[in-house]
Design a protein around this ligand. Structure first.
Ligand SMILES: Cc1ncc(COP(=O)(O)O)c(C=O)c1O
Ligand SMILES: N[C@@H](CCOP(=O)(O)O)C(=O)O
Length: 464
């Protein structure tokens, strides 16, 4: 499989190259040149397979010659061996139409582990071949950072610099990052919000001299490998609910548009997904974009679902590229316009194409809390606020198709908010015990490119 940039001018790479590059050198995002196609018979053949075997089959066409099937299976087997549930992503029935897909059984208790545990091993394998070294820079609203740090701490060949918005992640999220004291892990709290952190990361990639001096790479969902690994659970869940013979919808708590874009990719590959529901919190740019064509940023509002307190959603560019006929020049012009005006009107034909696939909803705090209470009181399931947002949107949607709500974080990561909503204090699983007793290490810096680059330059290993 070859990978092309959404902005059309970066070199075309294979899977190994795209994984190590992270962001394309023209500022775009790598996408597969074509969507692999799964026939109904291919999908039916996934029935009864374990999560790892499903992942091998779904990922193989994307990986191409970069890994043998045995190498891929070995990476995935080791990635999911540390999950606390043997199903990796168990489906839990709520009522006759609604299911939860629990994606939080990995080491840091959020869906990010599903991709990151494998991505860490992909980096290790690819860098091991060349004896190379990369500097990973990332931005997090809480969950990507902890998952990346767990996956990469102590690994040879990688130095990790993770930016989070100071005071805007939960205490559990912060401690999951800052109590990891491995020498290759560097946490940076910035004065600003997640969008500022993400913009700084992209600015460092766009600083060609800095990017090549430190061999920058990415673990955010701008890295295609993240999304490939997230496509798997759409197949896994849909097959369990009757695909290819029954259509299934998914409700996805959305911030950076990565998780729901993985669902879009699964649908493009042939999985019979009926609707993809894009559920946002009060930071509703994606809901406005999909329902009104208004992709314009506002200020970021802090909410009880802080991991979704995002305005500029990186992966929306991948959707615009596909909907705009996969013309890099068109997407590059659109993104340049958006980056300067902080606003963009989605063209009518692209809105119509999106409406055939996506529904969207902006869920307020009261409706999110009501969804948490309903899950608790009517189903005995304790869910976190991000899942609550998506469940509220799922229950408000019409139709008879089964709807799977992605449960993206363990409720214990957001204990205060869950307790406020339901009166129930969720416990953190045993694997997180001791978090509050450990030493923390991080620096606080202004959201200023020169300051961040100077800090990284002082601690990273330049290319020889
Ligand atoms: C718990 C949780 N739910 C949902 C999201 C939103 O996912 P995405 O950014 O892929 O849209 C995030 C952050 O990415 C998250 O951490
Ligand atoms: N909610 C995310 C934001 C970054 O998302 P990513 O999927 O692009 O890595 C977080 O928890 O950091």
């Amino acid at each position: 499989m070859r990978y092309i940039s959404t902005r059309g001018t970066a070199p075309i790479l294979d899977f190994q190259g795209a994984t190590l590059a992270g962001l394309a050198s023209d500022g775009g995002l790598y996408v597969p040149e074509d969507w692999p196609s799964f026939s109904p018979a291919d999908i039916a053949a996934l029935a009864g397979l374990s999560y790892v075997e499903t992942a091998v089959r779904v990922c193989a066409p994307f990986v191409g010659d970069s890994l043998t099937e045995a190498e891929l299976r070995d990476i995935l087997t080791r990635a999911y061996a540390g999950f606390s549930h043997v199903a990796v992503a168990p489906l839990v029935q709520l009522d006759e139409r609604h299911w939860l897909l629990e994606l939080f059984h990995g080491p840091t208790l959020a869906f990010k582990d599903v991709a990151m545990q494998a991505l860490g091993r992909l980096f290790e394998t690819f860098l091991g071949r060349s004896g190379g070294h990369v500097t990973i820079i990332g931005a997090t609203s809480g969950d990507t950072g902890s998952a990346a740090i767990d996956a990469l701490a102590g690994r040879d060949g990688v130095e990790v610099f993770m930016l989070h918005p100071q005071g805007r992640v939960s205490e559990v999220q912060r401690r999951q990052m800052t109590t990891v004291l491995a020498p290759n892990i560097h946490n940076i709290a910035i004065h600003g919000n997640f969008d500022d952190a993400q913009a700084l990361v992209k600015a460092m990639f766009n600083d060609a001299a800095f990017a090549s001096r430190f061999a920058l790479s990415a673990v955010n969902s701008i890295n295609w490998a993240r999304l490939m690994l997230q496509i798997v659970y759409y197949f896994y869940a849909a097959v369990r609910l009757g695909a290819p013979d029954r259509r299934v919808s998914f409700s996805v708590p959305t911030g950076n548009f990565g998780d729901v874009f993985a669902g879009y990719a699964a649908r493009a590959m042939g999985l019979p997904i009926d609707r993809l529901i894009v559920a946002t919190n009060q930071n509703d740019i994606l809901h406005r974009a999909l329902s009104l064509g208004d992709y314009s940023t506002g200020s970021v509002t802090p909410t009880d679902a802080p991991s979704m307190d995002i305005q500029v959603s990186s992966n929306f560019e991948r959707l615009l590229f596909d909907l705009g006929g996969r013309d890099g020049a068109v997407t590059a012009a659109e993104m340049r316009g958006f980056e300067s005006a902080r606003a963009m009107a989605i063209p009518a034909d692209q809105r119509t194409a999106a409406a055939a696939i996506f529904d969207s909803a902006a869920v307020n705090a009261a409706d999110m809390r009501a969804a948490i209470r309903w899950a608790q009181d009517s189903c005995g399931e304790t869910i976190d606020p991000h899942t609550g947002i998506a469940l509220a949107a799922a229950r408000a949607s019409g139709g008879t198709t089964p709807v799977v709500t992605l449960a993206t974080a363990h409720p214990g990561k957001f204990g205060d908010a869950v307790e406020r909503a339901s009166g129930v204090r969720p416990q953190l699983p045993l694997r997180a015990s001791g978090l509050f007793d450990r030493e923390e290490r991080y620096v606080v810096l202004p959201a200023d490119l020169a300051a961040i680059e100077a800090h990284i330059a002082a601690h990273a290993r330049p290319v020889a």
